[in-house]
Design a binder for this molecule. Structure first.
Ligand SMILES: [Zn+2]
Length: 606
């Protein structure tokens, strides 16, 4: 163990060959511990050791010179927490969405510390290294609650400044020693792995342990995506998507990020040769499950993309409970009736569209499950293997399979209902058309509105079928269409930090213009979340789905024949006449019921 530390220091050229030999000899002769040897022989001071660790973990050293405590930072972390984690909040800056805290930590190999503090404070955390002794002294000196005489404070301040030059064997060496042994374990672990391949103890590997801790924490905060990507050469950035919006959570050393990507990919490969598939569109991807808190199982789809700085990891999280049932979609009454009529038809294409990331996949599976539970034979074909759904056979789309092969595979299953998820490939659209005469085909598509969805689907069918756009051909294609559903997601205000405020004049003007009628009395007031720990400082703590549903009947077909390919506003006007349940109406209702904020409505109305 000692020998390994000396060797590591030697390999990294922290100590010379001569010092290395001396240290080995001395430790053998006197039986002293590694840090005693280094300290007593005057080989390495505490400062030098910290510098070494800083390089090893790519973290800067805390600068205690002329340090002035930041009261706002101190308020965010209690003294107990600081002592428990051996951290000290140096200062805080105001970031775009949340505070950025610079945190001195004693043990950079314990990656969950920064993570825990980030969750407690709602800040993004930038870490730097300091000795445990310097941190304890700073805590003692700067935390309130203990009345100290000016002399005492002055004396301690002086000690603090002198600290880095002291012989590190005196105090705080325990932590540093533990830290070094952690590094050594990692180094040993790597060596072992090269010989034997992946051991069964994957969960104990530091990078995987880090991932599991991250998943554990994020799952309970309703995080749906984790992006772990290289940020320059030095760092990896971890961003979380929660209720539709992505924000930075923390940064980790590049070494850890890269190690995590490599290790996770290996595990997925090991688990099942077929789990990790390589596709053109998604890079490499696979899926795994993990049990959190012994109760909830978390299903995770993992994707790996190469970038110039290293591998990016993209994880999609799905808790068991998140498979919504049809009843829980919260669709307005008239829209629900229209949709049910479409679903009752034995054939035709039902388009399910939304802008990216606005929940169409959840709705897609809710519809398929409802149909399966009603006794239909349902088959789902997905471009990306996003989530596993009980009751429904799912086939992942692979680009190597030819159109003819897909046709025979699907015919073999002879489904009543065929679900085509994330149909961005033209050949998938052709499959939809192929089976529209024998099955109800539910197709998800990225589009913003009713008219946009129908037209872009039809126009890519024209391309794929190599047909020219005559009225007859258009009529023929439209005959295969059954209906269309557009979905949007609005974020709902966090009840924990909700505040009411009067609308500014310009907001009020905008609202009046948007509503198109004289504003109601309550419209002068708006609610919004100011941001708290519950909602990770976003002010929003949930999502609510809005729907527009349209049946494609003779009247609409004639309208489309008349206006194709510029259908967006004719279809919009047609829908507004047909149904009171427009997005605008639903948004205004959410606003007047104080469910969502004006800012959210303005974002969605864009
Ligand atoms: Zn809140």
């Amino acid at each position: 163990m000692k020998e390994k530390l000396f060797k590591l220091l030697h390999d990294e050229q922290v100590i010379t060959e001569e010092q290395y030999q001396q240290a080995l000899q001395r430790s053998e002769t006197f039986g002293e511990s590694a840090e005693q040897v280094l300290g007593r022989m005057g080989i390495l001071s505490e400062e030098q050791l910290l510098e070494f660790l800083g390089r090893k973990f790519r973290m800067p050293l805390a600068d205690w010179n002329d340090y002035i405590p930041d009261q706002r930072a101190l308020n965010l972390i209690s003294e107990d927490v600081a002592l428990k984690y051996v951290v000290f909040p140096l200062f805080i800056e105001q970031g775009k969405r949340q505070g950025k805290m610079t945190l001195a930590i004693a043990n950079p190999s314990n990656v969950s510390v920064a993570d825990d503090i980030a969750f407690m404070t709602g800040c993004t955390i930038k870490t730097c290294i300091a000795s445990a002794r310097a941190i304890r002294e700073a805590i003692h000196l700067y935390y309130p609650g203990k009345v100290r005489s000016p002399e005492e404070a002055g004396a301690q301040a002086e000690t603090g400044k002198r600290a880095p030059n002291q012989d590190f064997t005196r105090s705080g060496s325990g932590e540093i020693n533990a830290l070094l042994s952690n590094i050594l374990q990692e180094v040993e672990g790597e060596a072992e792995e090269q010989i034997e391949g992946i051991s069964g103890a994957d969960r104990e590997h530091p990078s995987i342990r880090f991932l599991l801790e991250l998943l554990q924490k994020t799952a309970k905060y309703g995080v749906t995506e984790i992006h772990i990507d290289p940020y320059g050469h030095q760092e990896y950035r971890i961003r979380l998507r929660r209720h539709g919006s992505l924000h930075e959570h923390t940064r980790i050393p590049a070494q850890l990020g890269e190690g995590l990507a490599t290790r996770l990919q290996k595990i997925l490969q090991q688990a099942d040769r077929n789990v990790l598939q390589k596709t053109e569109s998604t890079g490499r991807h696979g899926r795994f499950s993990t049990i959190l808190n012994g109760a909830n199982s978390l299903d995770i789809a993992a994707n790996f993309y190469p970038t110039p700085f290293g591998k990016k990891i993209y994880l999609r999280l799905q808790k068991d409970a998140e498979l919504r049932t049809f009843q829980h979609l919260g669709m307005p009454e008239k829209s629900l009736k229209t949709l049910n009529r479409s679903l009752a038809k034995p054939q035709g294409i039902l388009l399910l569209v939304s802008p990216p990331g606005e929940g169409k996949t959840t709705t897609f599976y809710a519809l398929l499950r409802k149909l399966a539970q009603a006794g239909n034979h349902v088959l789902a074909l997905e471009e990306v293997d996003e989530r596993s759904v009980p009751d429904i056979p799912q086939i992942p789309y692979s680009p190597e399979t030819s159109f003819q092969e897909w046709c025979s595979t699907i015919s073999y299953y002879a489904p009543h209902v065929l679900g085509l998820g994330a149909v961005e490939k033209p050949s998938m659209k052709r499959l939809a058309f192929e089976f529209a005469s024998s099955s109800l085909v539910i197709v998800t598509l990225t589009a913003k509105s009713l008219g946009d969805g129908v037209c872009s689907f039809i126009s890519s069918l024209f391309d794929e079928l190599d047909m020219c756009c005559s009225t007859e051909a258009l009529s023929y294609l439209l005959d295969s269409m059954n209906g269309i559903v557009v979905q949007r997601l609005a974020r709902t205000i966090c009840p924990n930090c909700r505040e009411q405020h009067a609308l500014s004049e310009s907001d009020h003007e905008w609202l009046q213009q948007f509503a198109g009628v004289k504003a109601e009395d309550g419209d002068a007031v708006s609610s919004a979340g100011k941001g708290c720990a519950e909602c990770m400082e976003t002010g929003y703590n949930g999502q609510i789905a809005l729907f527009e549903v349209l049946k494609i009947d003779k009247v609409l077909k004639n309208l489309l024949l008349q206006h194709y390919p510029s259908c967006v506003s004719p279809v919009r006007n047609f829908y507004t006449e047909m149904s009171p349940e427009t997005f605008k109406h639903q948004l205004l209702q959410l606003f007047r019921n104080r469910v969502t904020s004006l800012a959210e409505i303005r974002r969605m109305a864009l």
